[in-house]
Design a protein around this ligand. Structure first.
Ligand SMILES: Nc1ncnc2c1ncn2[C@@H]1O[C@H](COP(=O)(O)OP(=O)(O)OP(=O)(O)O)[C@@H](O)[C@H]1O
Length: 258
């Protein structure tokens, strides 16, 4: 097992003649918890999709958990990656329990005729309990907070070494957001080997467990490294092309326009 979870080398991603990502070289070590931050349209979700083996780089190389994209069966690799996407494209009105079970099959909907083993059901129940959600609520009537926590439980079903979170606090009220941040911050306690990358635009949403940060602007990295070196007023101002003061107090960050 390599000690790096992600190794991107000179990655570019080109669509419709536009370089949505360019010259991205980034190493994420195992057990690190990264925040990926940048303005709207900077390419954060595009980069996260490459890290999640959802899309291939147009140029450069991406190694995920020691496997190089293009040289590995993506379905095998994705089993080791938990991906939390707030735009989860579920159509059926599944219960929280069934949503979590789709994490085992790596599918959006329940797989017809698939029967979970007792061990799989036990794990789903344990994760629901850990995330503080009942198994009965259904997708169409769940609150955003319940959906978010169900999707994190789903992503953890296979106990993946890599967890990717794309704006997991989207649409949450302040109490639900705080609960979500606490949930994410506590994950490394139960899963010490876990590596995570979380996309956000909001500094207030960063869990105190964040160890590293990368700032992305117009598809390029402005800075990447230990969080204290990267989330500085100077670098964040450069990234957003706007005067922004970054403050860290009691483990949490906030940003105020200057
Ligand atoms: N398949 C595609 N074809 C063409 N352009 C695309 C494609 N996917 C994304 N884009 C464009 O790439 C840019 C980066 O998109 P991306 O969603 O990665 O940014 P982001 O930093 O996550 O943005 P936001 O913070 O607004 O969610 C945007 O301008 C978007 O319109």
């Amino acid at each position: 097992m390599t000690d790096t979870a992600l190794e991107l080398h000179e990655v570019a991603f080109i669509r419709e003649g536009k370089r949505l990502l360019d010259d991205i070289t980034l190493t994420v070590g195992r057990g690190e918890h990264w925040a990926l931050i940048g303005p709207n349209g900077a390419g954060k979700s595009t980069l996260l999709n490459i890290c999640g083996a959802v899309t291939f780089p147009s140029r450069g190389t991406a190694q995920i958990l020691g496997e190089q994209l293009g040289h590995v069966d993506l379905r095998d690799l994705r089993r080791f990656i938990g991906f939390v996407n707030p735009r989860h494209p579920l159509r059926s009105n599944l219960s929280a329990q069934d949503i979590v079970l789709t994490g085992e099959t790596g599918s959006i909907e329940l797989v017809p005729r698939w029967q979970p083993s007792d061990a799989v059901l036990d794990r789903a129940h344990l994760l629901l309990k850990t995330m503080g959600i009942d198994e009965k609520p259904r997708w169409h009537t769940m609150s955003q907070g319940e959906r978010g926590r169900a999707l994190i439980a789903r992503a953890l079903m296979t106990d993946p070494p890599l967890l990717l979170l794309d704006e997991p606090s989207t649409g949450l009220d302040v109490a639900a957001r705080e609960q979500m941040i606490r949930t994410i911050a506590e994950l490394p306690v139960a899963h010490p080997q876990l590596t995570s990358v979380m996309v956000t635009h909001h500094f207030e949403e960063l869990p105190p467990s964040t160890t590293h940060a990368a700032l992305l602007r117009k598809g390029r990295l402005v800075a990447a490294g230990p969080v204290a070196d990267v989330l500085t007023t100077e670098l964040v101002t450069e990234c957003f092309d706007h005067p922004i003061e970054v403050v860290r107090r009691r483990g949490r960050w906030s940003a105020v326009a200057g």
